[in-house]
Each structure stands twice: as C-alpha cells, then as structure tokens.
Design a protein around this ligand. Structure first.
Ligand SMILES: C[S@@+](CC[C@H](N)C(=O)[O-])C[C@H]1O[C@@H](n2cnc3c(N)ncnc32)[C@H](O)[C@@H]1O
Length: 277
C-alpha cells in the first residue's frame, strides 16, 4: 500500500543481484522496516513504563524479521514469533536467523502456532504489524484475539498494532512503487461500506520480466482507530494511546510518530495504537 510513512520507508538493499523471484525478500524490501519498528517498540515501552523491555512477541510474524532485529538491540532480549504458515517461518530460519550470532540465535523462537492459541511465555511486548489482525472481521473474533494477547503479557506489558486508513482506502486503486530492481504494486479491489471489507493484493515485477499478480492477497475488515481502542478497553486493557505521524515540508509523512488525541485528514495514513495491560 501507499503509506504516508517513513515507518515503512522503502529500503532497497545494495547487495543481491540475483534475478530469482523470491516473494519474501521482495516483501521485506517493499513493505517492512524491522530495524525502525523495533526501535519504536523499545522507545515507546520506555516512554510509557520508564524501564527497558526485554521480552517480545511478534504475532502473524511471517519470516519473523522483527524478532531477529529485536534480539540485536540488547543481549538480554528474547523474541517469540507466531505464525500458522510453515513456509515463511522456514524462509526466516534460512535467511534471517542464519545471519545472527550463535548467542542471538538462541534467543529467537519462531513457533508455528495460531495467535488465538498462544502458548509461549509471557512477554513485555506483543505486536501485530502490517495490519495482520484485520483478518478478524467481527468484533467477536477481534475481542477473542485481543483477550488472548492480554493474557500473554507481563504485568507492565504493552500491546502494539499498526492501522491504516484515509480516503484512498474507500476506492478501487492500484499504486506502483519503483525500486532499483523491481516494481511493487499495492492493489485495492474496492471497498464495501456495508461490511467495511476490502480485498487487497500485492503484485511484483522484476526489471525486464512480466508482472506477477496476487503474490500476496488479503481479505480485510477496515477497522477504525476508535473501534480498535474501544475493543482493547472492552477486553480489559487499562489505557490506549495513538501515535500519529508528523509531516515534512512537502506534506509527506516524516517517520516520526508522536502520542496524540487528534489526527489530521489524509488520503492515506498509518498510525500505531498502543494498549497498556
Ligand atoms: C500480512 S502477513 C504479516 C507478515 C509480517 N508480520 C509483517 O509485518 O509484514 C500475515 C501473516 O499472518 C499469518 N497468519 C494469518 N492468520 C494467522 C493466525 N490465526 N495465527 C498465526 N498466524 C496467522 C499468515 O500466515 C501470514 O504469514
């Protein structure tokens, strides 16, 4: 998707010239910024709890790129990544875990598990990023998921999710972003105002090759910030906070997220919601 944000500022690695189509590598380069994300999680915990967090859980972790960045931040840090699908987990073991030192490797735990049935140790932080929890399309399911998260947090734990919206999200549209070696397409297939459901696809096209459509597809409910905050409070979180992105001189997102109770109208925005246990 087109995010206003520096949070997902696209980073194309200079190394790696192979023209093999590797969907998880292209996904990482186009929609993820795990190094920046983990710093935000650590700083936000310090801001709200006045201490340093060490244990971290990444729900819907895919290739668990954030887990591997988390353990690099501090030798005391541990990380659990939960995903249902063995394929991205295996990619993460081969491509992310393998790059860590032996001591770092021991502190990362990728687990093939449904986030609804988390059985990993309690952690200081749980995150659900890249809007993965939008797969839960009813309040009932979302409440069940948020309750599971609450039970999985340490006493001072924080739950952090990202969320997107804006007028662009109510229309069929496709946006192309060019990188050095490939193009990334974020395609929204309409929006149903009755159900607030929208389908999305990611397409990729390597330079000089044909476009490969629907590499990743999503069928999501477009939740709003107040709905998510209300549901968090309903399941027992004590407080919620919204972190909204600042704007640079050109009117683009500057990648700096600050706590606020007032947003601004944008065609496309991304924000974080943080819930206190
Ligand atoms: C959009 S990807 C997110 C990848 C990564 N976390 C990120 O930030 O980009 C969604 C992932 O959620 C996983 N998933 C979907 N439903 C799940 C569930 N109930 N429990 C665990 N993982 C699930 C999928 O297998 C997929 O890898």
């Amino acid at each position: 998707m087109s995010k206003k944000t520096g949070k997902t500022k696209r980073r194309v690695r200079k190394s790696g010239t192979k023209k093999v189509f590797n969907k998880y590598e292209l996904y990482l380069e186009s929609v993820q910024s795990p190094e920046t994300d983990v710093e935000f999680f650590q700083n936000t915990y310090r801001e709200l709890r006045k201490k340093t967090p060490h244990s971290f859980r990444e729900d819907f972790c895919g290739t668990f790129a954030m887990c591997t960045e988390w353990v690099k931040l501090n030798p005391k840090n541990t990380a659990y990544g939960l995903d249902l699908d063995p394929e991205p987990l295996e990619f993460g073991r081969l491509h992310h875990l393998s790059k860590l030192s032996d001591t770092q490797k021991k502190r990362v735990h990728p687990v093939e598990q449904n986030v609804m049935q988390s059985r990993v140790p309690l952690t200081d932080i749980v995150v659900a990023m890249n809007f993965s929890y939008f797969i839960f399309q009813s309040r009932e399911l979302l409440k069940k998921y948020f309750s599971t998260v609450l039970k999985g947090l340490q006493r001072d734990g924080l739950f952090m999710v990202d969320i997107f919206g804006g007028s662009d999200c109510c229309d069929e549209n496709e946006e192309k972003t060019n990188y050095r070696k490939f193009a990334y397409f974020w395609h929204q297939h309409g929006f149903d105002p009755v159900t607030a459901r929208a389908k999305f696809s990611i397409h990729f096209q390597l330079k000089g090759q044909r476009k490969i459509e629907d590499v990743f597809t999503y069928d999501w409910r477009m939740w709003s910030i107040p709905e998510i905050r209300e549901i968090m409070l309903e399941v027992g979180f004590k407080k919620t906070h919204v972190y909204w992105e600042g704007t640079d001189k050109k009117g683009e997102g500057n990648g700096v997220f600050t706590r606020t109770e007032k947003g601004e109208e944008c065609q496309a925005w991304v924000a974080y919601i943080v819930a206190e246990r």
